[in-house]
Design a protein around this ligand. Structure first.
Ligand code: 13P
Ligand code: SF4
Length: 333
């Protein structure tokens, strides 16, 4: 029975008895219920460690598309769970906390985007995966930071494109492809907060370090990067490159995986402009950090909160997501 109080909160705040082995119980429930836990690299280390699969936005969507589990628990943010539900309408998609939103997805309202599209007839719409299902339903093709260049390149050179909502990513893809896509002026509150001056200072103090930057960061930060890439690209680069020290300008949760994959290398989180906003460190995503072990345990136990998507919206939104997955197959070759 889901309590009214939990519905108001958007998550289950039931305490867990001290004698419960929470990790063992979570894994047991996954087995009994044929459930899988998917986690983004930005979640807490303990969540990444208990998940069946950890990845970037693209890998999480690819994984959801092929799983035969009955229940998917998405430890990430709401748009990721919506994407899973659109891809797997017959599965139950659960989250730890319905409040785990995304400032970037919030920066693009579907009605406003619709008005913008109407003002620009003849344009195709390319949307970052960090969008609501309603925005995806207005979109021709979805992209992530791992495949945005490949997908934009798949359009004829003279195709007129609208790209949203992340302005920094759109600007970066314009510079890589030589296009002049019309850019939505949205952004992420974490990636927009890194301090150019503090990173420069860190670089001076650590001349042997390479700077890894996510393309959601503003242009000045991109300009001092040794590598620009999605979380998965940055992780792979850090694993393969000979360099022993990296300054990492993306959400600091990725350092968990980097440190595990390369225990002998040094990873320094890039400092934000201010140290605290929205209740957490600025290089931590306050939404991703809403996932925790207690909520995960309760979510599996009560099979709630569940994420649903309006059927009409889902029918439209699946098309640009599938288009993205088809084009992304090339990345595997
Ligand atoms: P990627 O997972 O594509 O690197 O995107 C980062 C992000 O902001 C996810 O919310
Ligand atoms: Fe959204 Fe930024 Fe958090 Fe990613 S890091 S989920 S883009 S708010």
């Amino acid at each position: 029975m889901i309590k009214e109080e939990w519905k108001e909160l958007g998550y289950i705040n039931e305490p867990i008895a001290d004698d419960i082995d929470i990790k063992a119980e979570i894994r047991k429930m996954c087995e009994e219920k044929n459930a899988v836990i998917l986690a983004h690299y930005y979640t807490k280390g303990e969540i990444q460690d208990i998940a069946d699969f950890v990845g970037d936005s693209l890998a999480l969507a690819q994984w959801a598309a092929k799983t035969d589990a009955d229940i998917i628990v998405m430890c990430g943010v709401h748009f990721m769970a919506e994407t899973d539900k659109i891809l797997c309408p017959d599965k139950k998609v659960l989250v730890c906390d319905l409040n785990a939103g995304c400032s970037l997805a919030d920066s693009c309202n579907a009605d406003e985007l619709k008005a913008f599209i109407d003002e620009h007839p003849g344009y195709k719409v390319v949307s970052y995966v960090n969008t609501t299902a309603a925005v995806k339903a207005l979109t021709d093709v979805v992209v992530t930071s791992s495949n945005a260049k490949l997908i934009v390149d798949s359009f004829p050179k003279d195709e007129k494109l609208i790209f949203g909502p992340d302005h920094n990513l759109g600007d970066y893809i314009n510079s890589l492809t030589g296009r002049q896509m019309l850019l939505w002026n949205g952004g992420c509150h974490v990636h927009g907060q890194f301090s150019f001056e503090k990173i420069l200072l860190l670089k001076q103090e650590n001349p042997d370090a390479k700077v890894l930057v996510h393309p959601e960061c503003p242009k000045p930060i991109q300009q001092i990067a040794d590598v620009i890439g999605s979380t998965a690209n940055l992780l792979n680069y850090a694993i393969k490159d000979d360099c022993q020290k990296f300054i990492v300008a993306t959400e600091s949760g990725i350092l968990h995986k980097m440190t595990k994959a390369c225990p002998d290398k040094v990873f320094i989180p890039a400092p934000p402009e201010t140290t605290e906003t929205m209740g957490c460190q600025c290089n931590e995503c306050s939404f991703m950090r809403l996932n925790n072990m207690q909520k995960l345990y309760n979510t599996l136990k009560y099979e709630w909160p569940e994420v649903t998507v309006d059927e009409e919206i889902a029918k439209k939104a699946i098309l640009p997501i599938n288009r993205m997955l088809e084009i992304s197959e090339q990345l595997k070759n």
